[in-house]
Design a protein around this ligand. Structure first.
Ligand SMILES: NC(=O)c1ccc[n+]([C@@H]2O[C@H](COP(=O)([O-])OP(=O)(O)OC[C@H]3O[C@@H](n4cnc5c(N)ncnc54)[C@H](O)[C@@H]3O)[C@@H](O)[C@H]2O)c1
Length: 384
């Protein structure tokens, strides 16, 4: 298949590009490096250094006799994305190219506006370009589990069957997201559902939990040159990456608020497997299909305890510290998201376990000198 990876320089985009290229699909990666610009704006660096996208692609293509292609440009430029689709007519478009940070979107008005503009308008430009140039392409769009919030009912996969005053209907699951970033994803989902219904496009919306891990079989072939990024700062870092870097530097694992908040998550390899499963099992024309993409869920306290107990095995004396929650969110809540669709299509989940934690801690230990403890504590507050 011809597969376009939008956001192909990113944490998920780059390993996804290698995965599909290895399996002999024709891969084109698109990026405008906005993530790198945001890193510079905050002065944050990922834990590991990574060759440029151009160098990684050269090394990958040369060593594997492949031909990943790169197109540099912005989804906000509608001519750019229209021209790419016209020229390439992809079978599958994997859309990762959005501003992915909730704290960034909550840090001030400009960044909230940028997040929604970048994500919603970029996605809308893409939808118009698909309609005009390749209406049969399968759009695989990355949304988040955080779109749903923490409702007091089970979280179904995108849709909800309701009975209201004796009448029945199937509606998009009511979402109560927790940041301007998560809201941008909800707006995207509504726009995509509309274009499936009205224009007959076909889409899989993957409502994904947070992703951990920095290892895939393709990266392991030459980790130094082909690695993806590892962030532990408050903009791009995720909770597990923060816990791993804190444990290795003898800093207490900082848990926000009571720590009873539950989060769904999955391994990087499973993310790519889920995208692959979606690609190999396309939805019908006009179908807006939603999969909840996570393999485990735990409270923040459980995650902290798991990392603490594993870190003891390698001689670390890790403590856990509760700090004031910078976010406005429920700290005690019901949580029961469903995730049966991907499993019924063949996903064999990699379960989060002690060995995985130890592998991550050992990797982080190699880069210990580069860890900047100033990144650990949150500065962005939801309520100012
Ligand atoms: N990583 C996670 O834990 C996670 C969890 C749930 C959902 N997601 C979603 O998955 C997607 C990928 O996440 P990631 O962690 O790889 O993020 P990332 O920031 O590492 O990658 C996104 C890439 O898209 C590019 N980009 C952004 N806006 C663009 C635009 N207008 N035009 C062209 N390129 C643009 C960025 O430069 C970046 O390289 C995002 O949409 C994110 O919201 C990620």
């Amino acid at each position: 298949m011809k597969i376009l990876i939008l956001g192909g320089d990113g944490y998920l985009g780059w390993p996804t590009a290698m995965f599909f290229s290895k399996r002999n699909h024709q891969v084109i990666v698109v990026d405008n490096f906005i993530k790198k610009k945001i890193e510079l704006e905050f002065g944050f660096k990922p834990l590991n250094s990574q060759p440029s996208l151009q160098d990684r692609v050269k090394i990958w293509n040369k060593n594997n006799n492949k031909s990943i292609k790169i197109r540099i440009g912005d989804l906000l430029n509608h001519r750019f994305i229209k021209d790419i689709l016209k020229e390439t007519k992809p079978d599958v478009i994997v859309h990762y190219a959005e501003q992915p940070s909730a704290p960034y979107s909550m840090s001030n008005r400009e960044r909230a506006v940028f997040t929604q503009y970048n994500n919603v308008i970029g996605n809308l430009n893409l939808l118009f370009a698909i309609k005009k140039n390749c209406p049969n392409s399968h759009l695989i769009k990355l949304g988040t589990l955080g779109e749903y919030g923490t409702p007091n009912i089970d979280i179904e996969e995108g849709w909800l069957n309701i009975t209201h005053k004796g009448r029945r209907d199937k509606v998009l699951f009511p979402k109560k997201p927790g940041s301007f970033y998560h809201l941008s994803k909800v707006h995207d989902s509504s726009n995509i559902e509309f274009t499936c219904r009205v224009w007959g496009l076909r889409c899989t919306d993957l409502n994904q939990g947070f992703v951990y891990g920095t290892s895939t079989p393709e990266m392991s072939m030459d980790f130094e040159n082909l690695c993806t990024s590892f962030h532990y700062d408050e903009v791009f870092g995720t909770i597990l990456n923060r816990f791993f870097t804190q444990a290795v530097t003898n800093h207490p694992l900082t848990v926000y608020g009571k720590g009873n908040q539950k989060r769904g998550f999955l391994n990087l390899i499973d993310t790519i497997n889920c995208v692959n499963i979606a690609a190999m099992n396309p939805p019908k024309k006009s179908e807006f299909r939603v999969f909840n993409q996570f393999t485990d869920f735990k409270t923040l306290n459980q995650l902290a305890k798991d990392v603490q107990s594993a870190s003891k095995k390698i001689g670390l004396k890790t403590k856990i510290k509760k700090i004031k929650n910078p976010r406005k969110e429920m700290e005690d809540h019901y949580y029961n998201p469903k995730n049966t669709s991907l499993i019924s299509l063949g996903l064999k989940p990699i379960r989060f376990n002690e060995k995985i934690i130890l592998d991550n801690l050992k990797l982080v230990q190699k880069f210990k000198k580069r860890i900047n403890k100033n990144y650990f504590l949150p500065t962005v507050k939801w309520e100012k």
